[in-house]
Design a binder for this molecule. Structure first.
Ligand code: LLP
Length: 430
């Protein structure tokens, strides 16, 4: 996490708003976004493309954080977005994304979802498998219409990341395998299909990647494929989509290259390889999710009980946990936490920050250095803007937290806290 912003009272501020005030006004747990950080990330990605003078599209991977307010922000910034379900598509449209700027991903898009995508005339459907080609073809015939498609392939590049979130290797469940020839076979069938306009190819090598190397290798491999497929199939790609996965800093140990440099290195690799093969430079698309939303938010919790053994505090419990942030439990993801009232206070203890859920695995931060705390203190956990709220659950019937957007010293509620009643909304009692 970068330098913390504090006000004159020494309290943490988020988007210029005192974190203690946020906790008081909205209650806790609350996920507070510093909107300027999202905008800065968007600007950094854009800058690299604009300076390189290439055609590009930045599609926000909305699975990272798909609130209507986020779609609105993304749409206003001129970005596209990727969706992976009917629910995300519905939200994206409600959030003001124009259909043409939406791409639809997924390894098992449901018939109803594909129909919704076709009916909404979204920008493109990312084709993942042979069944999908068949199904989409039938659908398009029935509707007497056409669709833009992009072919998703697994280029055989393994990104150095957690195995649950790495997707670019050949045994991934996503996309067409290149080595076996299936990708080429799929492309050939799409090219022949008058109802599908093949814009280009896509790969996504994984998530939370710290170095450009994996992207550069993938980019080279993808351009090599374009050359092969131009020569063999006469295919001229308009689009080369290299997916998302740009890492962020969850803790000070996370070291990665700057956002802009990720994009710069990718663009340079594509340009160079395209020149080597004498290809026409396609538009370069990327799909950052975490990199846009992740570092922008801080979750505020209220400290409750603690468990001391032999006078030493072992566990410090807060009023949220795995229901609002499953990442530590699911991926052993590391975070930092500190007291919002005095982020720079001297730490006097090392504790395990746990939640209120009935599971021993309900841990938020392991080995967290903290000053002495008392019940009622506000604990701030930064870098919780991606895959926190979207992966949240109602486990133990805990309501999902509130989400606020903060900018220039003002805050506004963008997702209200769930109520007990909300949680019963789907129950059928008669
Ligand atoms: N594009 C595709 C095709 C993807 O599958 C993903 C992520 C992205 C873009 C965006 O990746 P990002 O830039 O956000 O890393 N729940 C996990 C992450 C799963 C990501 C799945 N796909 C987590 O909390 O780390």
């Amino acid at each position: 996490t970068e330098a913390l912003e504090v006000n004159q009272a020494g309290h943490l501020t988020i988007g210029g708003v005192d974190a203690l005030k946020l906790a008081e006004e909205y209650g806790t747990p609350v996920i507070a976004y510093d909107v300027s950080k999202i905008k800065q990330q968007i600007a950094d990605f854009k800058k690299a493309f604009i300076e390189a003078g290439v055609d590009y599209k930045i599609s926000y991977a909305s699975k990272a954080f798909s609130a209507l307010a986020m779609y609105r922000l993304v749409a206003d910034a001129g970005l596209g977005c990727d969706v992976v379900s009917g629910g995300e598509l519905y939200a994206a449209l409600k959030g003001g994304m124009s259909p043409a700027d939406i791409e639809f991903h997924g390894n098992n898009k449901l018939p109803a979802e594909l129909e919704m995508a076709v009916d909404s005339q979204i920008g493109c459907i990312v084709i993942d498998n042979f069944q999908e080609i068949k199904f989409l073809d039938k659908l398009l015939r029935r509707k007497h219409t056409t669709a833009n498609v992009v072919l998703r392939v697994t280029p055989g590049i393994e990104a150095e990341t957690h195995k649950y979130i790495s997707t670019g290797q050949s045994n991934s469940k996503f996309g067409f395998d290149v080595q076996s020839g299936q990708a080429k076979e799929a492309l050939a069938s799409l090219i022949k299909n008058p109802r599908m306009n093949v814009e280009g190819i896509h790969c996504h090598i994984g998530s939370q990647i710290f170095q450009a190397r994996g992207f550069v290798m993938a980019a080279q491999k993808m351009v090599d494929l374009l050359k092969e497929w131009r020569d063999e199939l006469g295919f001229e790609a308009q689009v080369l989509n290299l997916g998302g996965g740009f890492g962020i800093r969850y803790t000070k140990d996370d070291q990665m290259i700057a956002t802009e440099d990720f994009a710069k290195d990718i663009i340079a690799a594509v340009k160079e390889r395209v020149a080597v093969h004498g290809l026409k430079l396609p538009a370069i698309w990327i799909e950052p999710g975490r990199a846009l939303a992740g570092e922008a938010a801080t979750t505020l919790y209220t400290v409750g009980s603690r468990k001391d053994v032999d006078g030493v505090c072992h566990f410090l419990a807060v009023d949220g946990g795995m229901g609002d942030n499953i990442r530590p439990a699911l991926y052993q993801a590391k975070y930092e936490a500190f007291l919002a009232e005095k982020p720079h206070a001297i730490n006097e203890q090392i504790v395990t920050v746990v939640g209120k859920y009935c599971e021993s695995g309900d841990v938020l931060v392991r080995d967290c250095p903290l000053p002495n705390t008392k019940p009622g203190d506000i604990l701030a956990m930064p870098a919780t803007g991606a895959y926190g709220y979207t992966m949240a659950s109602n486990y133990n019937r805990n309501p999902r937290p509130a989400v606020v957007f903060c900018e220039d010293g003002h805050s506004k509620l963008v997702v209200r806290r769930e109520t007990f009643e909300d949680m019963l909304a789907c129950e059928v009692t008669e």
